[in-house]
Design a protein around this ligand. Structure first.
Ligand code: MG
Length: 203
């Protein structure tokens, strides 16, 4: 199983980190060990002083596919959830400056907690889903999937040109604006259309 993450899929988030609006999709991978053991809190790693949350809609691939055409892409996922793409922003900035890959800042253990999955059909329109993150009851991020630069179907089609998708693979589809630093004892809750999907304590 692999975790594929799309970068800069919401215009306002690209701008908040002083990045250009992408014209082509860029993605990176996290290993299986990025998923924490069920029920465990997120432990701030000692190599970073600036761990950011990035709340993202996550889709789960339901069958093997390679070179999937965009018009058939919807058949490759039945369920979605919310995940947090935890990022060591300080380490990422350092690596970016040196023009090195910034995988290390994204792929560490526990960096990809994911909530429970909901069937697509339970939502009226998955391309118009409101989702939000609260930290200690303050709303920090709120997004809508209609504002994605690259749609779910485009992501599946595009990624499968490079990497064969397999059943159980997870795709993080990008974060809206409002990313920020987590601190010890923060409590994060992610909701889709008001429904609580993920909660995580920071330690
Ligand atoms: Mg992200």
């Amino acid at each position: 199983m692999k975790i594929i993450c799309v970068t800069r899929n919401y215009k306002q988030h690209a701008l908040e980190l002083n990045n250009k609006i992408p014209t082509e999709l860029i993605f990176f991978l996290k290993p299986e060990t990025a998923i924490p053991i069920k029920g465990q809190p997120f432990f701030i790693p000692d190599f970073s002083n600036e761990i950011h949350y990035e709340l993202e809609v996550v889709i789960k691939i339901n069958k093997t596919g390679k070179h999937i055409q965009e018009r058939f892409a919807h058949k490759y996922f039945d369920e979605l959830s919310l995940g947090i793409d935890f990022t060591a922003r300080d380490l990422q900035s350092k690596l970016k400056k040196m023009s090195f890959p910034w995988e290390m800042s994204k792929s560490f253990d526990g960096s990809a907690p994911i909530g429970f999955f909901v069937k697509k059909q339970e939502f009226k329109d998955i391309n118009n889903l409101n989702f939000e993150l609260t930290v200690n009851n303050d709303i920090k991020q709120s997004g809508n999937t209609k504002n994605m630069i690259f749609s779910f179907n485009h992501i599946i089609s595009y990624v499968s040109k490079y990497i064969t998708l397999k059943k159980g693979d997870l795709i993080f589809t990008g974060t809206p604006k409002g990313v920020g630093k987590v601190r010890k004892n923060d409590f994060l809750i992610g909701k889709i259309e008001g429904k609580q999907i993920i909660q995580i304590k920071i330690k």
